[in-house]
Design a protein around this ligand. Sequence first.
Ligand SMILES: CC(C)(COP(=O)(O)OP(=O)(O)OC[C@H]1O[C@@H](n2cnc3c(N)ncnc32)[C@H](O)[C@@H]1OP(=O)(O)O)[C@@H](O)C(=O)NCCC(=O)NCCS
Length: 206
Amino acid sequence: MTRLLDLPWPLRTGRTLLRPVREDDLEPTWDYWRLPEVTRWLPAAPADLEAHRTRILDPERTPRTLVVEADGVVVGEVMLRVDDAWAQAEVAEGARDRHATLGYVMHPTAGGRGLATEAVRALLAVAFDRVAGLGLHRVSADLFADNRASARLLERVGMRREAHLVRDALHRDLGWCDSLAYGVTAEEWTTPLTALARFVRPSGSA
Ligand SMILES: CC(C)(COP(=O)(O)OP(=O)(O)OC[C@H]1O[C@@H](n2cnc3c(N)ncnc32)[C@H](O)[C@@H]1OP(=O)(O)O)[C@@H](O)C(=O)NCCC(=O)NCCS
């Protein structure tokens, strides 16, 4: 199985560069993770730089996090957490590492230009591409129902709203909230990676 970090990063899209997170990303990423309007719908809101360091450089988390740069500046992150698709025991091997959950966060100063859309589209192409990417079967995304900007992004990239769950997600300030589930399968994803992005250092090169 090819893992996300095995791929020959960085990946260049029209306006962004995607690469694995590094230690020196701590400060530029804290620049947006410290903002309440950014963490409002995110799974965690680190209280200070140290808490952010622990989280962003967590060895469990770094293998699924890519930093997004635009014009050489860190503007956000995209995440892809690969796991096993749901399967019956007899066919479980065929579902191993074939599903992923998508995540993303952008610095508000870089928002509203389609950079997140561009980076997420490229990541989905990486997820599904059987040759240059991970060859996954399905990608999902879960979000608070009131996170409208996030839902718009998922619909722009071609993901399908598959469920609206009622008061199933506990928000740190708002209590029990509705959430949405989006998904897309490899069969539905028709845009080849080469149409959206290219690895700067192709596989196999020194
Ligand atoms: C979710 C989030 C990444 C979306 O950011 P964004 O700026 O709306 O996304 P993009 O960078 O793709 O920009 C898209 C916007 O720019 C506009 N735009 C301008 N030029 C564009 C282009 N070339 N291509 C696409 N969109 C473009 C779009 O119309 C869209 O605006 P709209 O949503 O008002 O219609 C951002 O709100 C965020 O980081 N939120 C906090 C973290 C979060 O909630 N993450 C998701 C948890 S589920």
